[in-house]
Design a protein. Sequence first.
Length: 97
Amino acid sequence: LRRTLTARICRVAERYAPTNAWYIKTVTELFEISGDLVGPDVAQNLMTLIAEGAGEGAEGDEEADMLLRQNAVEVYAALLDRRPRSRLPRVLLETMA
C-alpha cells in the first residue's frame, strides 16, 4: 500500500507542480518520508531536471537554469543540516550526489 501511495504522490507532484523548484522540494521531502519506496525513475527524472535545467524561463534560459540548480543545492544543504547522512535513504543520497 505504501509503495502504491508513494508512486501516486510522485505522479501527482510531477503532473501538477506549479514550479520546478516546488517539484524539487516536494520530491525531496517524499524521499525523506518514503525512503527507498520512491522509484528509481523518479530519482532519474529529478537528476535530469536539475542537470539539464528547464527552469521557469524560456527554453534555453541559462539564468533560470542556474537559479533552479542553486535552489536544489539550497534544498539539499538544508536537508543535510537537519538530518545526518547516515539517516537519509540511499536513493536520496545518490540523487544529491
